[in-house]
Design a protein around this ligand. Structure first.
Ligand code: GTP
Ligand code: SPV
Ligand code: MN
Length: 626
């Protein structure tokens, strides 16, 4: 007997299934769809198979609606312009739902505003959903996206099903995840992470930008780790709407990782082969817009080195039975920052993005190409008309605004990357020899220093600070704390997360070496002290030699610094100011340690493992002796 709601498996509650077959879905998947059809009331249901044909149809539809336009200069590339109020993640409206607040976020000191995530009660989440989702898909198509985070056959992969009313999200998820029929086959009747997304409509009914419906005023992104549910309303922007990425792979992922004893991290994964032919992998956590994609696509400038890319944003890592830390990239594409990308800074990205790519909020040129800040020397805009990210005419040197939004992005398949690592889809993951932590720090933080031991390494991650960027809603460039580059992405209490990191140190495990790097130091004229980009290979070389145990590091109060002359500077046209890059300014560092101490106390309080304070005390003691 058919389910009362499923008339011959072609309709659910009057919504017609226009693509896909309900009958072949598992009872759990079907129930998930039925429940949400009942709430959202779509006109049509489209179960995505992930095929080329389906993708073409959706791109066509998006073009007709004016959501995207073709970029005729390239092959199958598209430009989306969002509602100008929907261009970045919204941290203030991103919440974790647990029974007890303290499971989700640490409790700040009285009178202090918490900065390590936002909590909502189960009743609060129900209410927030009721206020937003009823009938929200009336007149629209509900898409059902089965997707895998990680290569489908990997034992480390996890499956989600996302419901969305945005075809832009479907086409983007097809790039960013393994999506479609094969995932349903792998899933069987097992559980999956339930992802619900709707772009929403403003309460007053006024849709200002019909090609990009959204509801900025009521945007909310909810996560319920207990039931592995994600609910996102009101925004079409990547980090808020492509739910496999930050919502699943990091927020829900980190809660699964804690209970299963592994790590879900905001990290790039890079393969490096040295001139002797020895290959190693390095992972790196830098806050949003602080250089992960660029390092993941490194073109080494020192001879004999070869770099290969496994992932540019997220790493799932666990120790195998031999005690080796292994990482997979759960993603299938890159959602990278466009501005600043050019043939000098990141030639690999430039070679990756000229087919099958969806650009969002970049500028366009009259010959069907893209344009953004950083391409001034590559695209002669004097002979072309430029249209800025808002759709207005833009003239270089005259217009007062930027051509591209500072958080404009390319969404491009990873397998198009010319330096993609042969092992990038390895089911068991690649072995990690070193981990980098870093941030955007104009003053005081050396180019590179190394952790003395695991506790120091964990403190290094917990103490990351970085200037605010346009990846979220913050204005300006104030230095913010961003533990493990995960501040916006913790799925549970940051104090418990730090404890989980400490617990990685178990007998028989080969712990990676850990370094702190800062490509962003500036001189008195506000110029970068270090050339960065491909020249960062000089530090990768130093790290590779440290992994091999070379005696090129020396003690300092903050950790191990390179011995003088141990960083290869051969071939650099202008010698960087190494003194400035490695100076330990004692008053600065005393203040830095105090700020971190205060932050820990105010924000994490009793949940912070005592070892973190011990580390700070130790550093201060050493600084005072200098
Ligand atoms: P998310 O995708 O937001 O997580 O960012 P990300 O960490 O991948 O940062 P990305 O590599 O996209 O770099 C962000 C910005 O920093 C871009 O504008 C880059 O041009 C710039 N950048 C990256 N690496 C370097 C570097 O070594 N030196 C300098 N000066 N700038 C860099
Ligand atoms: C980031 O902000 O860290 C990103 C982009 O990688 S988003 O998908 O919006 O999170
Ligand atoms: Mn990121």
């Amino acid at each position: 007997l058919a389910h009362p709601n499923v008339g011959l498996f072609t309709h659910i509650r009057g919504a017609c299934v226009v693509s896909g077959n309900l009958q072949t879905l598992s009872p759990k998947v079907r129930k998930f769809i039925e429940d949400n059809v009942a709430i959202c009331q779509p006109d049509e249901i489209h179960i995505c198979d992930g095929s080329e044909k389906e993708n073409k149809q959706l791109l066509c539809l998006l073009q007709k609606k004016g959501t995207i336009m073709p970029l005729t200069k390239y092959e199958n590339c598209w430009l989306a312009r969002t509602n100008p109020a929907d261009t970045a993640r919204v941290e203030s409206k991103t919440l974790i739902c647990t029974e007890h607040e303290r499971d989700a976020v640490p409790i700040p000191k009285p009178g202090i505003k918490g900065t390590l995530g936002h909590w909502i009660s189960p009743a609060g989440m129900d209410k927030a959903m009721q206020e937003r989702f009823g009938n929200c898909m009336k007149g629209s198509t509900m898409y059902v996206i089965p997707f895998s985070m990680g290569p489908i056959q990997s034992p480390l992969a996890k499956i989600g099903i996302q419901i969305t009313d945005s075809a832009y999200v479907v086409c983007s998820m097809r790039i960013m995840t393994r999506m479609g029929q094969a995932v349903l086959e792998k899933l069987g009747n097992n559980d999956f992470v339930k992802c619900l997304h709707a772009v929403g409509r403003p309460k007053n009914g006024k849709v200002e930008y019909p090609h990009w419906p959204c509801d900025p005023e009521r945007t909310i992104i909810l996560h319920k780790p207990l039931t592995q549910e994600i609910v996102s309303y009101g925004s079409g922007y990547g980090g808020n709407s492509l739910l496999g990425k930050k919502c699943f792979a990091l927020r829900i992922g980190s809660t699964i990782a804690r209970s299963e004893g592994w790590l879900a991290e905001h990290m790039l994964i890079l393969g490096i082969t040295n001139p002797q032919g020895k290959k190693r992998y390095i992972a790196g956590a830098f806050p949003s817009q602080c250089g992960k994609t660029n390092l993941a696509m490194l073109t080494p400038t020192i001879p004999g080195y070869k770099a290969e890319c496994v992932g540019d944003d997220i790493a799932w890592m666990r120790f195998d039975k031999n005690g080796v830390l292994r990482a997979i990239n759960p993603e299938n594409g890159f959602f990278g920052v466009a501005p600043g990308t050019n043939h000098t800074s990141n030639p690999i990205a430039m070679k990756t993005i000229h087919k099958n790519t969806i650009f969002t909020n970049v500028a366009s040129t009259s010959d069907g190409g893209v344009y953004w800040e950083g391409l001034e020397h590559e695209i002669d805009t004097s002979k072309l008309e430029v249209t800025d990210w808002k759709g207005n005419k833009w003239v270089r040197g005259e217009s007062k605004t930027t051509a591209a939004h500072p958080n404009s992005r390319f969404c491009t398949p990873a397998n198009q990357c010319p330096m993609i690592d042969p092992e990038w889809e390895s089911p068991e993951g690649v072995p990690i020899s070193a981990i980098l932590f870093g941030g955007r720090r104009p003053h005081g933080i050396p180019l590179i220093y190394e952790a003395r031991d695991w506790k120091h390494a964990v403190a290094m991650g917990a103490a990351i600070r970085s200037q605010a960027t346009s990846a979220a809603e913050f204005k300006g460039t104030a230095v913010m704390h961003d533990p493990f580059a995960m501040r916006p992405f913790f799925g549970y209490n940051c104090g418990h997360y730090i404890k989980h990191w400490l617990s990685m140190d178990k007998p028989g495990r080969k712990l990676p070496k850990v370094f702190h790097v800062n490509w962003f130091g500036r001189d008195k004229n506000n110029k970068f002290l270090w050339p960065g980009f491909g020249e960062n290979s000089r530090l990768i070389d130093y790290i590779m030699r440290r992994i091999d145990g070379e005696d090129i590091a020396q003690e300092s109060p903050i950790g191990l610094l390179p011995k003088e002359g141990s960083i290869n500077l051969e071939g650099l046209a202008t010698k960087p100011d190494m003194k400035a890059l490695f100076e330990i300014d004692v008053p600065f560092w005393l203040q830095e340690v105090d700020s971190i101490h205060q932050y820990f106390e105010e924000q994490i309080g009793d949940d912070l493992p005592k070892e973190m304070y011990d580390q700070l005390v130790e550093i201060k003691k050493k600084l005072r002796k200098l």
